[in-house]
Design a protein around this ligand. Structure first.
Ligand code: UTP
Length: 235
């Protein structure tokens, strides 16, 4: 019987990587209120959201300043982690009793925090990758049924749509194809692109159902309801 309860809890966990583009210098409270309300509604429907806040332009500003001052890449990653945790704490402070009250800083702490049944919000964990990899690791650790990378583009394109006008959005993409596309990008602090290679490895080994969508409430809802949206990673 207790096994059934545990299984039920497991099936309802969804990890959402929240685009850093939500956290800008000029972000207004109204920009974040929708996502806060959305999390409460998911919770009321019996779904436990685990949010991973990105670092956004504030993180990139610190990383760029630090790089100009001669900081090493690990220290720059750590600055990005600090800012993503600050973004996570901002949401926690608004969600109050609906949310686990602190930003967990390790996978163990995250595993413990999800047992509260509350919404859990984290930032980055380790240097060397982006919050996308963090989100994949968390999804693996907590047995999430879905991982959503809510980003600032509406899916994976055959090439960079900002540069190539004829780039096409892929509805589905294999890990192999996505790896090929990503290998053309950078792997530095503040620049891990759409999804990083570490994240792909985790998704591949644990076969976590994953969608990449543009960060909006309707898109998140469609992804959760299994509707066609963004790009689905074929596993
Ligand atoms: P992200 O690059 O993941 O934030 O983290 P973002 O702004 O959400 O990125 P988008 O929206 O996907 O473009 C900011 C930086 O923090 C460091 C990295 O340097 C990363 O680029 N970081 C973050 C880590 O080193 N480890 C983590 O676990 C998370």
């Amino acid at each position: 019987m207790s096994y059934m309860v545990a299984e039920q809890k497991l099936l309802n966990r969804i990890v959402i990587k929240l685009s850093g583009s939500l956290f800008k210098w000029d972000t207004k409270a109204s920009d974040l209120k929708d996502i806060i309300q959305f999390c409460k509604e998911l919770k009321a429907k019996g779904i436990q959201p685990i949010l991973v806040a990105g670092g956004g332009e504030v993180a990139r500003h610190y990383i760029s300043l630090g790089r100009s001052l001669g900081a090493d890449e690990t220290s720059l990653d750590e600055m990005g982690i600090c800012i993503s945790r600050l973004n996570a704490f901002l949401l926690i402070s608004s969600l109050k009793e609906f949310c686990y009250p602190i930003v967990p800083k390790t996978l163990d702490e995250i595993a413990q925090s999800v047992e509260s049944g509350k919404i859990v919000i984290v930032g980055g964990l380790h240097p060397g990758h982006s919050t996308n990899a963090t989100a994949a690791l968390i999804a693996e650790r907590v047995g999430a049924k879905l991982l959503i990378n809510a980003t600032d583009v509406d899916g994976v394109y055959t090439s960079d749509p900002k540069v190539h006008k004829d780039a096409k959005r892929l509805r589905r993409v294999t890990i192999k194809k996505l790896t090929e596309i990503l290998m053309k990008g950078k792997m530095n602090a503040g620049a891990y692109d759409l999804i990083d290679l570490v994240a792909l490895k985790i998704i591949e080994r644990s076969k976590i159902p994953t969608k990449i969508v543009k960060c909006s409430i309707p898109n998140l809802m469609d992804a959760i309801e299994g509707k066609e949206v963004g790009t689905t990673i074929q596993i």
